[in-house]
Design a binder for this molecule. Structure first.
Ligand code: SAM
Length: 210
């Protein structure tokens, strides 16, 4: 478990992400967020919660959301959304690679547009696996590397994309990372998501521990 830390860096990307939020939600992200958390209940960990725009989509059966957000600017926004949410939400300064939860404490772990950015994906998925209850599920909405020519374009764009996008990578093979981390990925689907990220399709659905 990681000790909470306070940081002072405010990335340009965090500011841009907050400013772009309303447009992105209107062109499809809000609907996708509703699907991301539909049917969840109990204790949920939302990793890399950003500005907190997913909080309003949690169903009333969710008793507690532990929202992890390392960026101070986004965390401040998330705390405002948490105060207005219909379910209890705690927003904590921590990282995916060291979740501040006990083994098996979570009924679900939610990753929405985060595994593209976390520096150490295997460590983040090992932590998700550790905190999940045996019957718990991982919920995902992650943009991933496309097959074929688009994937090769994403490979070339990745260094500049990452610099402008707060460390985001357009070419991660997240499905394979999940398999290597011991998750059953048969409940995940990859679809184009043209309104938001034409270059990188969206991997979404539910994954469980194998
Ligand atoms: C593209 S934003 C998505 C934010 C939010 N999940 C959403 O859907 O709007 C990527 C997020 O990942 C967070 N992030 C980056 N590295 C992280 C890490 N190691 N652990 C947890 N979150 C991280 C960023 O601070 C940011 O909030």
């Amino acid at each position: 478990m990681g000790a909470p830390r306070e940081r002072t860096d405010v990335s340009l990307f965090a500011r841009v992400w907050v400013a772009a939020g309303p447009v992105l939600e209107r062109v499809g992200l809000a609907r996708a967020r509703g699907r991301l958390v539909a049917g969840l209940s109990g204790t949920v960990v939302e990793v890399g919660a950003g500005s907190g725009v997913t909080f309003e989509h949690y169903p009333p059966e969710v008793r507690r959301v532990v929202a992890i957000e390392p960026d101070p600017h986004l965390r401040a926004h998330a705390r405002r959304y948490a105060a207005r949410a219909a379910v209890p939400v705690e927003v904590l300064d921590s990282v995916a690679e060291a979740l501040p939860l006990a083994d098996g404490e979570a009924d679900a772990v939610v990753f929405g547009l985060v595994l593209c950015t976390v520096p150490d994906v295997p460590a983040a998925l090992a932590e998700a696996r550790r905190v999940l209850a045996p019957e718990g599920e991982l919920r995902l909405m992650e943009h991933v590397r496309a097959d074929g020519r688009l994937g090769r374009v994403a490979d070339r764009l990745s260094p500049v994309w990452s610099r402008l996008g707060g460390g985001c990578r357009p070419n991660r093979d997240t499905r394979q990372s999940l398999v290597e981390a011991g998750f059953d990925v048969s409940g995940l689907r990859t679809r184009p998501f043209p309104p938001v990220l034409p270059l990188t399709p969206m991997l979404s659905g539910s994954a469980r521990r194998r």
